[in-house]
Design a protein around this ligand. Sequence first.
Ligand SMILES: [Zn+2]
Length: 392
Amino acid sequence: MFPYCSHDEFQECRDIAVQLYEQGYRPEATRPPKKRPRRQLINKNRFILTNLPKEKNNSISRWWVGIRDSLDTWKRKTRYHQRLWLPLEMSTFHQKELKKGQIKSLELRYKRSTSEWWVYFQLEVLPPSSFPCPVDNSSSLPPAVLGIDLGINIPAAGVLLTPKRKLTIKEIKFWHTKQWNRINHRYKLKLSRLQRKGALNDQSGKKHQIYRFLGYLRRRYRNVKRSYIHQFVRDVVQTIETYAQMYDFFVVVGYPKNVRKGKGKEKGKEKSTRYFRRKLHQWNYALVLSLLRRALILRGFAPHRILIIDERGTSSHCSRCGKEVSRPVRGLVHCPFCNYTYHSDLTGARNIARKFLSHLFRPRATTIADYFTGQKFSLTHYTVCRGLSHWL
Ligand SMILES: [Zn+2]
């Protein structure tokens, strides 16, 4: 309720409350009950889960959870945090479930139907990405690198670099959902209209209704967006699987983190409006990339085959000669040096793949780092890609 209160102020409040309580003050019994309890997740460093060994066990249960009090307690001039210890009734099923991942947080919930208190644990289940990956040069398939550029209007564009010297339609792929653009636009309009209405309509008394509906609409928009992201990831994984049967395959994805940061705010650069900046924020790139990575690893891809690199500078350079170019028309890149015109998203994708290759052919270090997770892979994993030198 009081987000701007400091810790000391809370401490004072509690001291006063404790004093009042000890003097015999009791709050009124006829307080209206809370309508909807707020979900409160307790972070993993604020509780302990312990298991007492069986021989010492003379209490109700073997499993206990101790939740830390966030405020200090003083005892003999030393400060410590008290714990609320709760006994758990843990079955073997629950113990097995807990071993599946790392515990992230905890939630206490009251089940009205059985009048019981339940402890819910949230687990983070990671894909087996930390396994040591074997260097396999035994594959007889030709090498190929797929560069993926995440965009705005078109969710993603991919270019496959193969030992062949030319790009054909087979090596170009757009993941395009027209429906999503339309639905997204419609939701945005509805939301902004309602927001304006809520802000203007002060005295009529309908404000709470508008805000309730706004909340409902936001939740629905989020869910719809999420379902589209999942569908997109499924599409990408499907095409990657078909490619992987033909080639010894590597996927390189550009992560547009720094592109988004300064877009449209610096002066003198390419003109971009508030509308464009807002548009950039409609995809949750981190979610997309982690889902994609996870899906591929679960399908048996070795972790070093999915690499996420920094996208900086890839969409503003010519994909043939590598010089910096301007964009005359939105969606096209024209290079005045080698007189080459190409689709801007495909340019980005091709440059991402080339950036990855340049890491291999002009190495500055013996490892290549994943931009997203920070995991480092030795360059010896990628010796197969030496056959792609003509793309640089
Ligand atoms: Zn050029």
